[in-house]
Design a protein around this ligand. Sequence first.
Ligand SMILES: [Zn+2]
Length: 274
Amino acid sequence: MRNITIDKKFFKEIIEKKKLFYKQIEKEEFDTAISNLNKETKKCQAAVKQNCDTDEILCNQYVIINCFWGLLRNYCKFWRFLGDNEFQASWNLLQDCFGNIRGIDMASNGKELFDSDNFYKHLLNIEKLYPYKMFISTELIVKKIICSICEKSPYDNDCNHIKGELYAGKFCINIVKDAELIGSSFVENPSNKRCVILINYDKSKPRYSSFGKVWQFSKITPLHEYIIKPKKVLLKQKEFLEYAKALNVDKEQVKNQRFVPVTFYEVTKSTSII
Ligand SMILES: [Zn+2]
């Protein structure tokens, strides 16, 4: 991998700005943070445009810095969706955050400067709260593929570009120009976790849905880890019926019982990730 090093001259400004953004995110001032992050992105994009022909090293650094602003912006959007009980949309934003981290990790000194290891662990832990365990993977016969930088086949000897790396401010990707879909299969570890099997739930009653753990997590403070513990609760018969409907639990046991014991998971706030 071609290592990119973020120049020390950027450090002071990045550290000051990330502190400010972390404060806004913890206070759940997502709109303010997103608006400020958009300004930072515009500045980075202008700097990339200005330097792409003359200074590739500088240009690539601005792309990486922008990956960090993108990570924070997607993290804010993730929390906004959580707040609206839009769990499917929040899952997609989590995946976007992982994409930003992959970009940041190209910088040899990015892990400390951009706290990328902490974010990575945090996001993996959040994923575990979701009920998505199976994914859909498509099977393709690729007939034509090109490199996004030189537009030649990536197998051509004249193409020296490596997928995922930065060239004058642009990520090299392989573009499928022609392919035949031969089928799809269910997998546990897909390359694209956005291809989930959708799970229906009642947005007005998230507590009793398959997204109950995610909903509980949405009540803690952003940028914090969580602790999850099983908790036995007694549900009134009416509450139990709602719970049973959402989770396909046997309704028979409710007969003649005013209260039904159920094991829930309680999600509470733990240490800060930053
Ligand atoms: Zn190429």
